[in-house]
Write a protein that binds this ligand. Structure first.
Ligand SMILES: CC(C)(COP(=O)(O)OP(=O)(O)OC[C@H]1O[C@@H](n2cnc3c(N)ncnc32)[C@H](O)[C@@H]1O)[C@@H](O)C(=O)NCCC(=O)NCCS
Ligand SMILES: Nc1ncnc2c1ncn2[C@@H]1O[C@H](COP(=O)(O)OP(=O)(O)OP(=O)(O)O)[C@@H](O)[C@H]1O
Length: 213
């Protein structure tokens, strides 16, 4: 079984590509959704988070703005939060892998895969990437998003060119959805038929798209 890490910077199309994998029958573990459910109403992590960061949880779960204000900009506090959140996400992921262990390919969708060292636990990494101007246009079209907030998020993420360099595979999401879907389909077919090592060679010879870093 191959565990493929799926990542990409904000607005690059990672969620869209994760949906494409699901529709092709590939099980996808959604790390972000897992965090949200563990931190949501009645979530298993609420007592530990309240103990470490008093006043940041309530009947609706974690107050993300309040918790963000406590941890972003304070490295030690963020590490304390991660020490609560990440082991629980790892447990949920191990359960997901166990449930689907008979499948040839699983996807681990983690927005901060490289930032949190998750690339070490997967067999290969797929980065979804588009030109920066297109990313910016997509993100700024979202309600409540501003140029300042985009700058702040980008400052906390490893830059896209470095992600692409570190990736085994890159899917270009800069063109239309059909082109991206075709690239995902080629990757699924190659990985399930031949495995990671062979597909890395395919990617280099460009039958699976890997734009230059
Ligand atoms: C502090 C929280 C509640 C703030 O939530 P909020 O919805 O306001 O922001 P969101 O999660 O969308 O993060 C905004 C941006 O901050 C950055 N960021 C979030 N968590 C981290 C982190 N652990 N390390 C570095 N950057 C981070 C990302 O670039 C992200 O795009 C939330 O980010 C959180 O619980 N983070 C810690 C858990 C974690 O590491 N999650 C991600 C990986 S599993
Ligand atoms: N070829 C393409 N591939 C992927 N997404 C595309 C493409 N063309 C247009 N889009 C659009 O770009 C947007 C990408 O948003 P998406 O939520 O998938 O990104 P994301 O990387 O998950 O973002 P975030 O990290 O902020 O959650 C969607 O609205 C999607 O429809």
């Amino acid at each position: 079984m191959i565990l493929l890490g799926l990542t990409g910077s904000i607005g690059m199309g990672k969620t869209t590509v994760a949906t494409m994998f699901r529709r092709m029958g590939v099980p996808v573990f959604d790390a972000d959704a897992t965090v949200r459910s563990l931190q949501g109403p009645g979530g298993a992590l609420l007592p530990a988070i309240e103990a470490a960061f008093p006043g940041t949880t309530g009947p609706d779960g974690v107050d993300r703005a309040a918790l963000g204000a406590r941890v972003f900009g304070d490295r030690a506090a963020l590490r304390r939060l991660e020490a609560i959140v990440h082991p629980a996400v790892d447990r949920a992921r191990r359960g997901f892998v166990r449930r689907h262990r008979a499948r040839p390919l699983l996807v681990d969708d983690v927005p901060l895969l490289f930032e949190t060292g998750g690339d070490r636990r997967v067999d290969a990494v797929l980065v979804v990437s588009a030109p920066a101007w297109r990313q910016r246009r997509r993100v700024l079209a979202r309600p409540g998003m501003s140029a300042l907030r985009l700058r702040q998020v980008l400052a906390r993420q490893i830059p896209d060119p470095i992600k692409r360099r570190r990736a085994d595979f890159v899917v270009d999401s800069g063109a239309d959805l059909a082109t991206t879907r075709a690239a995902v389909r080629r990757l699924v077919a190659c990985l399930t038929a031949h495995g990671v090592r062979y597909c890395r060679t395919c990617a280099k010879s460009s039958s699976i798209p890997k734009p230059p870093a």
